[in-house]
Design a protein. Structure first.
Length: 173
């Protein structure tokens, strides 16, 4: 090794020490088993792209891609039928009725959950274009829990887990 090589090596070591300071010894003492392992394609968190003509389904219950879990758009019926079925299956211990309020410019469907003769929760299904707050204010004044779901908001799929988690939280169950 020539003089120039020795000087260059010494300069590189000094630069590394000044750059990393006391942490330099961590890099000098790395063992082979400390190196990160390559990620296999099978364990990759990102699924492969869909094949041509294949439906795209996402993992999140909201966003631009329809979720894999059941939602109001994959259900196969109207959004009212979807919520009616979901509520009956998930909250069978409650009496659940619904009515349509079509006196509004944008009609709404209102579900009422009752338990032991008292109103336990009001769920309103409305258009995102609706800006009425009367029912929410009435519920607040009467001390009744209130939830709202938009049936036509882009990217909000009303996936089963999303709806049931919000209703369980409002019912404190």
């Amino acid at each position: 090794m020539g003089l120039f090589s020795k000087l260059f090596k010494k300069a590189a070591e000094d630069a590394a020490e000044s750059m990393f300071g006391d942490e330099k010894h961590y890099f000098d003492n790395l063992r082979e088993d400390d190196a990160p392992k390559p990620v296999s394609q099978r364990s990759s968190p990102n699924p492969p792209p869909p094949k041509k003509g294949e439906a795209v389904r996402g993992l999140l219950p909201w966003g631009p891609v329809m979720p894999k879990e059941e939602n109001q758009y994959s259900f196969g019926g109207s959004y009212v039928e979807y919520f009616e079925k979901l509520f009956a299956e998930e909250f069978s211990s409650y009496g659940i009725t619904h009515e349509t309020d079509d006196k509004r410019y944008h009609p709404a469907t209102i579900f009422t959950f009752t338990n032991n003769g008292r109103t336990a929760l009001i769920v309103e299904l409305i258009s995102e274009k609706s800006n009425v707050r009367q029912l929410a204010l009435k519920c607040r004044n009467e001390g009744v829990p209130y939830l709202r779901f938009y049936y036509d908001h882009d990217g909000w799929w009303n996936a089963r887990s999303y709806v049931t988690n919000r209703v369980r939280s409002a019912l404190s169950v």
